[in-house]
Design a protein around this ligand. Structure first.
Ligand SMILES: *Cc1c(COP(=O)(O)O)cnc(C)c1O
Length: 439
């Protein structure tokens, strides 16, 4: 029975960045509770991924379950065209109150990629409404990740985003080198020269700079200096270009601040949120913007913002997001994230001395071990499962971002597993190679 449906999976079901028939291992999950995933064969794994940044409160949380159930009793969904509902309005108010002051209006999207598409379309419509129809391109930094739809993909790193494969379809954007100055470095003047030069030359055709503030996630797990972000903000102002901050991964406390922009004390013109917004329960994202952007779009033809997803502001998702934010703010999340940061630093430190490790870095509840070579996911993934943890490395990166509710013992099990697996991945293991595929 169990074998049957697993066989059906490999016959019929696509997984993220995988292929039908590719013979990558997939592990059937029966249930999840707290920081544990329970596999169909009864094994329990400690979750080191928060299901890709989302499950900050752990799984099966009674308060979030209750929020879903209570909303379900009223309505699971209604269209948002011409109708509205309390969960959406209250969530919008909450997000406006929590995010930097200039951000005053909220567009609810159904995934992070769509929130990025919405942000890009807002920027283009803003300039078009001001008569600047030539401002249709985006400026971004390498190593970024903004989602998998075509617009979002066009601002992802060209190499890991495989732009050449889609070159006839993808809009051509402007890329500059990513900042080299690591988080904590006081000044990044040199790093910002490339951005300054690109804006100097091309601001007339650029609608917005888009980037992930402080932490570049899936494009390389890089942490850069707050000074760089401040410089980008002022360059955008100087050259009449909007700034889009993609906080889909960093939002809701992961980096030690509620939003990563707070490390630099800046406000973007447009902010994308997603992932942890519903605590990992339901798919929901949001694009926030200023009165200036909202009013300018409203004032000129077509007088409407040209986007409206079918599942916009899904009430179940909005009600769960409200409960998740409440839960976060009532919790000692800052102390927890700091404590996790400390545990990750100590726990991952032994990796640093290994020859095939090029860097170990930690920020907030994110711990990264970067290898000199790419690892073979197919053979490495089961090594973590054997050690009772769920860790999903990719390319040259092994990283942890556990739920904020993890305790010391489970965190130690996670970091010990990473150290042990990474240690065993020396060149002789045959599990490292120069050209890893992106997974
Ligand atoms: C995950 C992610 C996205 C895309 O979100 P989806 O919900 O997967 O579409 C966009 N930007 C960043 C920074 C992300 O981490």
């Amino acid at each position: 029975m169990h074998k049957d449906w697993i066989a059906a999976d490999s016959d019929h079901v696509w997984h993220p960045y995988s292929a039908i028939g590719a013979d990558f291992p997939v592990f059937p999950v029966q249930s999840a509770h707290g920081v544990r995933l329970r596999l169909a064969d009864g094994r329990e794994l400690i979750d080191g991924m928060s299901s890709w940044w989302c499950a900050i409160h752990g799984y099966n949380h009674p308060k979030l379950n209750r929020a879903v159930e209570e909303q379900l009793a009223d309505m699971a969904h209604v269209m948002f065209g011409g109708l509205t509902h309390r969960p959406a309005v209250e969530l919008a108010q909450r997000l406006v109150a929590l995010t930097p002051e200039p951000l005053q209006t909220v567009f609810f999207a159904d995934s992070g990629s769509v929130a990025v598409e919405v942000a890009m379309k807002m920027a283009i419509q803003y300039w078009a409404a001001k008569g600047e129809t030539g401002k249709q391109r985006f400026l971004t930094i390498r190593h970024g990740y903004h989602g998998d739809t075509l617009g979002a993909m066009s601002v992802c790193d060209p190499v890991t985003g495989m732009h050449s494969l889609f070159s006839a379809t993808l809009p051509q954007q402007v890329f500059v080198a990513a900042p080299e100055c690591p988080f904590g470095s006081p000044s990044c003047e040199d790093d910002s020269q490339a951005m300054a030069a690109a804006l100097q030359e091309q601001a007339g055709k650029i609608a917005a700079v888009i980037l992930e503030p402080i932490v570049q996630g899936a494009g390389g797990m890089r942490f850069y200096s707050a000074d760089y972000l401040r410089r980008v903000r002022s360059l955008c102002d100087q050259h009449g270009v909007l700034l889009i901050a993609d906080e889909i991964a960093t939002g809701f406390g992961r980096t030690g601040k509620l939003f990563a922009c707070e490390h630099a004390g800046i406000a973007p013109d447009i902010l994308c949120l997603g992932k942890a917004l519903t605590g990992g329960y339901l798919t929901l994202a949001a694009t926030l913007t200023t009165r200036d952007v909202s009013h300018t779009i409203a004032c000129e033809a077509p007088g409407l913002f040209m986007h409206g997803p079918t599942f916009m502001a899904n009430p179940l998702a909005c009600a769960t997001a409200l409960a998740s934010i409440q839960l976060l703010l009532e919790s000692p999340w800052q102390a927890r994230v700091q404590h996790i940061e400390h545990g990750l630093r100590n726990g991952l430190e032994p990796c640093r001395e290994l020859d095939h490790v090029s860097d170990v870095r930690v920020l907030g509840a994110i711990g990264v071990v970067e290898l000199t070579l790419a690892l073979d996911m197919k053979s490495v993934q089961p090594m973590f499962v054997e050690r009772g943890v769920w860790v999903r490395p990719f390319g040259r990166l092994v990283y942890l971002m556990p739920p904020f509710v993890i305790d010391d013992e489970d965190l130690l099990t996670l970091t010990d597993a990473v150290v042990s697996v990474v240690r065993s991945l020396n060149q002789a293991s045959g599990r490292l190679s120069p050209a890893g595929r992106v997974q």
